[in-house]
Design a protein around this ligand. Structure first.
Ligand code: ASN
Length: 489
């Protein structure tokens, strides 16, 4: 069958259960497509070809379970999610040879849903970055324009889906790392509520912020995947013991009476005028669908970037201590004593951005500075949370832009950390408050996609999916394809 790669997950499921194609044929077509397009996209660090074909063949022989919407379908995995006996690098030289001895909980969940992991996706080193350019391995390209960045840190996860290499992927989001690359590549990306998805087996960056989530080409596909990976896990004490609804159940397109808020701080001059216009048009669409939309204020969100880079870096400086040249991955050859093993392995194994964050974090945690930085950041974080609580007393959903600009050129901002950091201004407050945030396509600027951000109440991803689905049905943005997928971008 030709052009299987253009199909989304629900279409592939129908073909499989209608016996028009086998899981093995889908898997083979996926690897063919990946190999054809990798020279342009560079999304994968490792392919899992032999095992994927074997697994697909086994599923075919056993018979595809028709009640399992994801059975027999390929998925790509961000390379900071540990996969048993399959190279897991977190985009770092430090883990250039790391083959985990266990699977992350989300991997076990994907296997029980019958999914087929086809490979590991490129990312910023240890998820620190917004362009995937800090990866030790390669520079992934935007699916719409190969001279532009794919966003990050889940840049491989987003570009691979947008370019039709795979129909779905998992990413992780600490300060925007699922939503921003989803926006830059014109796809759907969900960062679930903190605690919704187990972090067991996610290589930790900032433990109070990290969350795994799905990237797909449609809202419904995304909801199917969140169904599969949600739930309490005894191995992650921060995962929530809370019922998981069926996120696909409410996808009717009916959102009459939904109360939506647009924070005025998300629509300021720092956001490109064309992006604000696209969001204003989305507001009109939502009103047309019967929702009410009002302007609100999140007065402390403007401190989000400063707070994040203190808290995230502090947590990272602690989490990354385990990479000592002894227990994992890279070990320097250039050593005279034990001290050298630690110092030289870390100096040679970590890239510039990772070292910058470790130093920032160590500084803000050190005696004499702790009160002024880490403690203060925690206090301001509480104020940011309270702003959201106040809005959610009166509203069901918050919307705004996902990013202040569309995808920028490769190499354009990487030497300028302040520009890179401030670009996260719209996504970071959501992580600090532990809320669910999502990006869906809502327009184009100069042929590059624009993302609309939806922010929900804690554990209310269902309402976000309903609104996103209604928006998707009412618009055509998700139907436009990049040239690499046969579109006329
Ligand atoms: N990891 C993230 O969610 C992205 C953010 N740009 C960071 O570098 O921390």
């Amino acid at each position: 069958m030709t052009e299987l790669y253009k199909k989304n997950l629900t279409e592939l499921h129908d073909l499989l259960t209608g016996k028009e194609v086998t899981a093995k044929e889908i898997a083979e077509a996926t690897f063919k497509r990946i190999k054809e397009t990798e020279p342009q996209v560079d999304a994968f660090i490792t392919l899992n070809e032999e095992r994927a074909i074997e697994l697909a063949t086994k599923l075919d022989v056993a018979g595809i379970d028709e009640t399992q919407p994801l059975a027999g379908l390929p998925i790509g995995i961000k390379d900071n999610i540990v996969t048993k006996d399959l190279l897991t690098t977190a985009g770092s030289k430090m883990l250039f040879n790391f083959e985990p001895i266990y699977d992350a909980t989300v991997m076990e969940q994907l296997y029980s849903a019958g999914m087929i992991p086809v490979g590991k996706l490129n990312m910023d080193e240890f998820a620190m970055g917004g362009s995937t350019e800090t990866s030790y391995f390669k520079k992934t390209k935007n699916a719409w324009d190969q001279t532009k960045v794919p966003g990050g840190s889940s840049g491989g996860s987003a570009a691979a889906v947008a370019a039709g290499q795979i129909g779905a992927s998992l990413g992780s989001d600490t300060g925007g790392s699922i939503r921003q690359p989803a926006a830059f590549n014109g796809i759907v990306g969900m960062k679930p509520t903190y605690g919704r998805v187990s972090r067991f087996g996610l290589i930790a960056f900032a433990s109070s912020l990290d969350q795994i989530g799905p990237l797909t080409r449609t809202v419904k596909d995304n909801a199917f995947l969140l169904n599969a990976i949600s739930g309490w896990d005894k191995r992650d004490s921060s995962s929530a013991k809370i019922e998981v609804p069926d996120f696909t159940a409410g996808l009717t397109g009916d959102i009459k009476g939904l109360k939506i808020a647009v924070p005025k701080e998300f629509m300021t001059e720092g956001v490109a005028p064309e992006i604000r216009t696209a969001v204003e048009k989305a507001v009109t669409t939502f009103k047309g669908l019967g929702a009410t939309v009002d302007e609100v204020s999140l007065p402390h969100s403007k401190y989000g970037v400063e707070v994040y880079y203190i808290i995230a870096s502090s947590e990272a400086s602690s989490n990354l201590q385990r990479f000592d040249g002894i227990r994992y991955g890279y070990r320097s050859e250039n050593v005279k004593d034990l001290e050298d093993v630690y110092v030289n392995s870390r100096s040679e194994g970590f890239g510039l951005e990772v070292k910058r964050r470790i130093m920032l974090g160590t500084f803000s945690l050190s005696a004499g500075y702790y009160d002024a930085y880490f403690k203060k950041a925690g206090q301001v974080r509480t104020l940011i949370c309270r702003d959201f609580d106040a809005v959610f007393n009166d509203y069901d959903l918050i919307i705004g832009p996902t990013t202040p600009t569309v995808a920028y050129g490769l190499g354009e901002n990487i030497e300028d950390p302040i520009t890179m950091y401030t670009a996260d201004v719209l996504t970071i407050p959501v992580n600090l408050a532990g809320l669910p945030g999502m990006s869906v396509p809502c327009g184009f600027v100069d042929g590059l996609p624009v993302g609309l951000q939806l922010i929900g109440k804690h554990f209310d991803e269902a309402t976000m999916y309903q609104a996103a689905y209604a928006f998707e049905q009412a618009t055509n943005f998700h139907k436009q394809q990049p040239a690499i997928l046969g579109g006329h971008a």
